[in-house]
Unconditional design. Structure first.
Length: 118
């Protein structure tokens, strides 16, 4: 198997991972600074204990923009996506932005580098 940048496993639809992704996204938004690059770098570092390389940064930015656009054109999907799990999403955060960052966080948490398989 050849590893590609940001190669992910198939955990993206598991409720536990969706909720963990949302919580990571909340941390990225609250603790990662004011700009997308700072937030993405912060989240990536929390998950992998390293900074993303240039190619990974590009993929993360693209994924974030895709999801910001997606949730802008599909606002009815935001509530359902953010309601996964037991903890409620932070109502103080922009819900479209939270959903987009949660999608990127899900990608990060599903990296081979972040998941232990036996």
């Amino acid at each position: 198997r050849t590893n590609t940048p940001l190669q992910a496993l198939d955990l993206m639809n598991d409720v536990t991972f969706l909720e963990a992704s949302r919580m990571l996204a909340q941390r990225m938004l609250k603790e990662g600074g004011q700009d997308p690059d700072g937030r993405l770098n912060y989240g990536f570092r929390l998950v992998t204990s390293r900074a993303p390389n240039a190619q990974e940064r590009q993929v993360l930015r693209g994924d974030l923009q895709f999801h910001l656009d997606y949730f802008s054109t599909n606002p009815g999907r935001i509530k359902g996506f953010l309601s996964q799990g037991e903890a409620a999403p932070d109502p103080a955060l922009d819900q479209r932005e939270l959903a987009a960052y949660a999608s990127v966080a899900s990608l990060m948490l599903n990296l081979d580098e972040a998941v232990t398989k036996e």
